[in-house]
Design a protein around this ligand. Structure first.
Ligand SMILES: [Zn+2]
Ligand SMILES: [Zn+2]
Length: 135
């Protein structure tokens, strides 16, 4: 059964496919923005988040989202790291956690499989609360 939802980006009604929270039109725009940002970052390796945002016209939030999703990666040894590991706060190039924490979380997750329904959502709430406090 098709579900109609409001697009998170533009607010237009669209047919929810269970995956994307934005409509097909915004998704296309999103893909375009993504390509622009990706190209810019590859060509300007030391650029800061503000620079990338200003030069590409893509909002900082959006760029950070690409990085968090792991779609985009900061390249180059002297590149500015826009992201922080959500667990220990160290600078990372892509995703949500540094390599060390990712490994630790993975083993925690594996051991958690034996328990029925690990309280994953409460942990995520904790992170958001922590981040709010820090700002
Ligand atoms: Zn939309
Ligand atoms: Zn970490």
């Amino acid at each position: 059964m098709a579900e109609i939802r409001n697009c998170k980006e533009c607010g237009r009604l669209f047919q929810y496919n269970g995956i994307s929270k934005i409509c097909s039109r915004c998704q296309r725009n999103d893909e375009d923005d993504f390509k622009i940002v990706k190209e810019y970052i590859y060509e300007n390796k030391g650029a800061s988040l503000v620079e990338v945002s200003e030069e590409t016209g893509v909002e900082e939030d959006k760029i950070l989202r690409y990085l968090r999703q792991g779609r985009l990666e900061i390249v180059g040894d002297d590149a500015t790291l826009f992201l922080e590991c959500e667990r220990c706060g160290t600078g990372i190039r892509t995703g949500r956690f540094c390599a060390k924490c990712a490994k630790e979380l993975e083993s925690e997750l594996k051991s958690g499989f034996s328990r029925p329904q690990a309280p994953r959502s409460s942990g995520e709430k904790m992170y958001t609360a922590e981040r709010k406090k820090r700002r």
